[in-house]
Design a protein around this ligand. Structure first.
Ligand code: SF4
Ligand code: SF4
Length: 402
């Protein structure tokens, strides 16, 4: 940041704000340490075992970078959005600095939200200590360590670390974030630790209706894609039944927000109907915030016009990554193709080139891999249901940051 860093079943749980939210808020507030939800102005639902009445649309801070954004954060909280997700990796740490400044502004900005923070090294307590110091707070509400592969060792490490942090009062709720092997990870969590997590931040593109995604028009193995989608949707339903609240990301929400009310309303309803409890999106202007405030999410059933709008939007994303992970370990040369395609999304679709570069650096792709010589190999293009992953595209994305 330019100048701040130096200065320092159905929708069974659905509730329209009013009376029922007050009851949910009482239950949330009863759990120590007390954190009061914002005065409800937007529709809310209950976020799994946290019992928190999270607004159905919530705020992801990936675009916060400037001092002027502090005001936007306060406006977002003042408008009633009561769940915010942040990460130290966003905008080279500036995003978290903006959040720290917003909390300093008084009016209980910290206490009025559920603060969700991404974690890369949950087993190292110094990571959470550093985050608490930056934000000048004594705990985060929901910690979301990365869990992108179905590895039981990682799962055990995350559990142990979160148990420890909970005991010390540094976090209130346990979660994980996944935009990798969504089916494998959710299978593993349901099998090994069905009761442990309180919430999860998940890539939701895979859960979106296939007929609305447009993949039938251009992909390869459509049957496998449909099977994976069904499997993932069932896993989300089972997680929710176990009390795991679902935060949605990478559904295309940001793109829909930029297209306005007629695109974002139907899109948000589709994501919620697919199993999310709240739709995370970045919000970059007051106009976008006002548009979100005007949304009517009291009924998730789409009207015929909304259905058309939702389908048109999904078709416009026909080549967007499904986050199916079919390509994740497919490359004989070890290229992390699904990560590269996610980074392509940040760069090409969202225009977040700085964030794309940061994420690329986190991959630690070896220089000798940057210009992969594929020869006759077509493995990645054979497994991709949307025709996105292929040799030329993998090389192009890698070379953007090489
Ligand atoms: S075509 Fe190239 S990038 Fe794709 S799987 Fe084969 S070697 Fe890897
Ligand atoms: S690039 Fe294709 S195969 Fe890889 S995760 Fe995305 S949709 Fe799946």
């Amino acid at each position: 940041m330019k100048d701040l860093t130096t200065s320092t079943a159905s929708r069974r749980d659905f509730l329209m704000a009013a009376t029922t939210t007050a009851a949910a808020g009482a239950s949330w507030a009863a759990a120590p340490p007390a954190t009061q939800p914002a005065k409800p102005q937007l529709p809310t639902g209950i976020l799994g075992k946290t019992k928190y009445p999270a607004t159905l649309v919530s705020f992801g801070t990936v675009r916060l970078a400037e001092r002027s954004d502090v005001r936007l954060v306060r406006q977002i909280i003042d408008s009633g959005v009561n769940l915010i997700h942040t990460s130290k990796s966003y905008t080279n740490g500036n995003s978290m600095q903006v959040m720290a400044e917003a909390f300093k502004a008084g009016r209980d900005y910290r206490e009025r939200i559920m603060l969700c923070v991404k974690s890369f090294r949950p087993q190292e307590e110094s990571e959470i200590d550093e985050i608490l110091t930056i934000l000048n707070i004594d705990h985060v509400d929901l910690l979301l360590p990365e869990l992108h592969n179905a590895t039981t060792d990682d799962l055990e490490r995350i559990q142990q670390a979160q148990d420890n942090l909970k005991k010390k009062g540094k976090i209130r709720f346990s979660g994980f974030v996944c935009h990798g092997d969504l089916v494998g990870v959710t299978d593993m969590v349901l099998d090994k630790t069905p009761d442990f997590f309180d919430a999860a931040l998940m890539g939701m593109a895979l859960a979106m209706p296939a007929d609305q995604h447009g993949s039938a028009e251009r992909g390869n193995d459509q049957e496998a894609d449909a099977d994976q989608q069904k499997h993932f949707q069932q896993n989300i339903a089972r997680l929710r039944k176990n009390g795991v609240g679902i935060l949605s990301m990478k559904s295309g929400a940001r793109q829909a927000v930029t297209q306005g009310y007629k695109a974002f309303g139907p899109h948000a309803k589709t994501v919620l109907a697919a199993g999310a409890d709240t739709v995370l999106t970045s919000i970059t202007t007051r106009d976008e915030l006002e548009m979100i405030r005007r949304l009517d999410l009291s009924e998730l059933k789409l009207s015929p016009d909304e259905q058309k709008a939702a389908q048109a939007f999904q078709r416009s994303r026909h080549s967007a990554c499904r986050m199916c992970a079919s390509c994740s370990n497919a490359c004989p040369q070890g290229m992390p193709i699904n990560d590269l395609m996610r980074i392509r999304m940040y760069h090409d679709e969202y225009g977040w080139s700085e964030h794309a570069r940061t994420e690329f650096q986190l991959l630690k792709v070896k220089p000798e891999q940057w210009f992969t010589k594929c020869g006759d190999c077509t493995v990645c293009s054979q497994v991709c249901p949307v025709g996105m992953a292929h040799a030329r595209e993998v090389r192009r994305v890698a070379s953007l940051f090489a």
